[in-house]
Design a protein. Structure first.
Length: 446
């Protein structure tokens, strides 16, 4: 890779040039584009395999295993031992393998650079144990870490004297490629990583173009592998979305209310998960198992109270989002409230001790809450669903552009119709969340 020690690309100076587009005209930058595009192919193949394995683990653990042990169906108590085993595995991985199993999901969704190659097995194993046992987390954060780590490791094999800036570009491109199709659109993944990375200034576009290229190639790889294997792409999609009517004045009132409610809910989830995380760190193994059992008990209690499967409360909610509209015909408002509260508490417990991505559970909780509120006058299911996703996402992660895009592009044409409502809900949630968050103490370390 033609990225030398004297600058980020092709011998360019280490400090930002007067003309940021000079990088685009350099030969080294073109080589970097080609190489990051090529790196996207194997990275996406690994990412696809990781998602396929995680997807197969869920029915294996909760359907095939109990049947193999002689049960006619899945016993109502089954989540308890499975989550306990998952908790033990995750705690041991965090304690004994390099990298501590990846980033702490309770700390939010922030990119800290590509992990070292030695940390990748622990990240993958901790995520698979989390996703397979039914903890309320998703695959996106481990995918981003795996993609960035693999891309940087491959780039270092090609050239050992990479600069820090070149490593950042390659790592970001690998992350773009890995998550390209998971959110339903490579553009949406690009916005997520752009906001989460904090990149800015005149070099923003120059730094992101390799990632966009890798994301586009990654989406094609996911589609091709999905067709070839018959496993699908594991992309976030919502089918059979009710047609949305043009926003009405009462719905703008609901946008204000949903923004405030999601800000309060997100603040509560964040504070509780951090509180639990501090306790888990002191007694990793017993605390992880105890909280895993709490998640299992919440799932069992929900199933007993509503007659719905415990799996409705377990897992990230990624696959359940697409069927949430259809499920509303069998859900009373009270059952939806129980689902939101139970999954919210299970989300807090999972954030504090397991390893995985925090985005999909937040989306699901917001969507289910919005549909629950749609039982009240003046709010339609589609508008409540979209506003709940956008407001809860921004309350948890403070990524307003990503929150708006998630809530609108996910719903296709109907999403465009309700976009003004989503924007209002997201802005309100963003501002209220900022007001609720204590300001850092003067002189405190960053």
């Amino acid at each position: 890779m033609s990225v030398g020690r004297t600058g980020p690309v092709g011998g360019a100076p280490a400090t930002a040039p007067q003309d940021p587009f000079a990088l685009l005209r350099s030969r080294g930058y073109l080589k970097l584009l080609v190489q990051t595009g090529l790196l996207g192919v194997p990275v996406c193949a690994v990412a696809f395999g990781f998602l396929a394995l995680a997807h197969e683990l869920q029915p294996l653990v909760y359907q095939d295993l109990p049947q193999a042990l002689g049960f006619a169906g899945t016993p109502v108590w089954w989540p308890l031992p499975m989550l306990a085993v998952g908790g033990v595995l995750v705690a041991l991985i965090i304690r004994h393998l390099p990298g501590s199993g990846g980033h702490e999901p309770a700390d939010g969704f922030a990119l800290g650079g590509a992990p070292a190659l030695s940390a990748l097995p622990g990240i993958a194993l901790a995520a698979l144990a989390t996703l397979g046992c039914g903890a309320v987390l998703g695959p996106e954060a481990p995918l981003i870490a795996l993609g960035g780590g693999l891309a940087v490791a491959a780039a270092r094999l090609l050239q050992r004297d990479l600069t820090d800036q070149a490593v950042a570009v390659v790592g970001a491109a690998g992350s773009f490629a890995a998550v390209s199709a998971l959110l339903g659109s490579p553009l949406l993944g690009a916005f997520l990583l752009m906001e989460a990375s904090g990149l800015g200034g005149p070099l923003l576009g120059v730094m992101l173009v390799p990632g966009l290229l890798a994301a586009g190639i990654g989406a094609l790889i996911f589609t091709g592998l999905g067709d070839w294997t018959g496993l699908g792409t594991y992309s976030l999609t919502v089918q059979h979305v009710p047609k949305a009517a043009d926003p009405a004045l009462p719905e703008f009132g609901w946008a204000l209310a949903i923004g405030v409610l999601c800000a309060l809910a997100g603040f509560g989830v964040h504070r509780l998960s951090l509180f639990l995380k501090d306790r888990v760190a002191r007694h990793r193994l017993p605390a992880t198992v105890a909280l895993a059992l709490v998640v299992g008990a919440l799932a069992i209690g929900f199933a007993e109270a509503t007659g719905k499967p415990a799996s409705e409360l377990l897992y990230s909610g990624q696959s359940a989002l697409g069927s949430l509209f259809g499920a509303t015909t069998g859900y009373s408002a009270a059952a939806l409230v129980l689902l939101v509260v139970g999954k919210g508490l299970a989300y807090c417990a999972s954030l504090s001790c397991f390893r995985g991505g925090p985005i999909f559970p937040a989306m699901f909780i917001g969507a289910a809450g919005g549909i629950a509120l749609a039982h009240l006058p003046g709010l339609t299911d589609t508008a409540g669903f979209a506003m709940g996703i956008g407001a809860m996402t921004v309350a948890m992660f403070r990524l307003p552009m990503t929150a708006v895009l998630l809530a609108t592009l996910l719903l296709g044409h109907s999403g465009l119709t309700v976009m003004p409502l989503v924007i209002v809900a997201v802005v309100v949630a963003y501002v209220v969340t900022a007001r609720l968050t204590p300001a850092p103490r003067t002189g405190a370390p960053a």
